[in-house]
Design a protein around this ligand. Sequence first.
Ligand code: 6PG
Length: 471
Amino acid sequence: MDDATYDIGMAGLGVMGRNLALNMADNGFAVVGYNRHPDKVSEFEGEAAGRKVLGARSIPELVAPLQKPRAVMLMVPAGAAVDEMIGELLPHLEPGDLIVDGGNSHYRDTDRRAKTLADKGIQFLGVGISGGEHGARFGPSMMPGGHRDAYERVQPIFEVIAAKVSGDPCVTYLGPGSAGHYVKMVHNGIEYGLMQLIAETYDLMKRGLRLNNDELADVYHEWNQWELQSFLVEITSDIFRRADASTDGRVIDKILDKAHQKGTGKWTSQDAMDLQVPVPTIDTAVSMRDMSTLKAQRKVAAERLVGPAPECDADKRQVTELLRSALYAAMIVTYAQGMALLRAASDTYGYELRLHDVARVWRGGCIIRARLLDDIQAAFEAQPDLPNLLVHVTFEKAILDRQGALRKVAQTAVVCGLPAPGLMASLAYFDAFRSSWLPANLLQAQRDYFGSHTYERIDKSGFFHTMWEQV
Ligand code: 6PG
């Protein structure tokens, strides 16, 4: 066994853990990799040959070679596996050692673990990591939260392995406690929203305009050259071109239209509800994944609930241009909802988030990276207290210029009977947010009528009740 000279331990050598460890090793850090399945360890050792890497087949083998105070990163599935791994590690760690959870853990679990470990003198960081396999290997976006001094211990490693945008690493200390995992959760909520919006434009072009896969690939490729430039639009174009290995068609047409989910989008909606922050595009995206799973019911309903023919006989070029503008407007609204949620969460949970830093670490490496984030970063840099992106001069102009397109696209969807609830929810969010009056006075009257819940008045302060049933 080597001396205790290794920089960091990686517990969990699945896709993310293995690639992060290799990324660290490529950048000159000495890494010990552990997995409870020895074949994963052997695979890792094979891939890491030539670098300062050690495979560990037990927890003592993972811990012993690490420099003190030790740093162990967990890349195991969120939930019980994280607690189990921490439980197995604890007897082998000492006060001052650091555990980093790099999975998609729920932020409440992160708070609980941080507290339990602090009682034992063990430091804990909850780090959101985005970018999938490729990101982990060559540069992810990283969202660390916890004690700042704990972050500073791993900062040199994280800054080197993270994605770079113009040389700037897509990682920075975000805030105390579960700030990092909260930001990653909202990242995923935005991810769900953007994916749903893109899927709706696909539906409108496929069933509405009858574009074929090559035409779809071309449209998304073209969109990706300008304001819509983003990872998700880019991969969408690639997807339509991919030939199927076992048939003469394209892979996209062989994929069952049932979307799975691990739950982070749902958590975003759930927490937004708790904090009373409206995020309707994200909520809709979660609901539409749920709707997609009702495949058997949808097949039956398709025979009975007949609507208009989806084909739209409008000029294809004109409609795709409208869709491009509508998608950009709805993307802005989706980021605006996510940022507003982060602002509220920061106030409620004491994260002290700097939203321009959040936008900065999302500019590269992560799934929601997009050109738009440069403007979002600049907006929050100029106005750190900006309550909503839609009232920043850049986005105000962008959305006002495109609201007409969003309305026309929503009309087309209605006329053709094609579901576009994400685009519509984004439009409705915009329309509600710009309404100085909403019909909530009626809701209050109804609540007071049936439940004596009282209401506030516009002409005097206080709470009032009307005996509605007495004339
Ligand atoms: C990322 C992704 C990643 C993962 C999602 C998938 O940022 O790299 O968000 O975390 O692919 O968790 O989520 P669903 O299974 O819920 O779609």
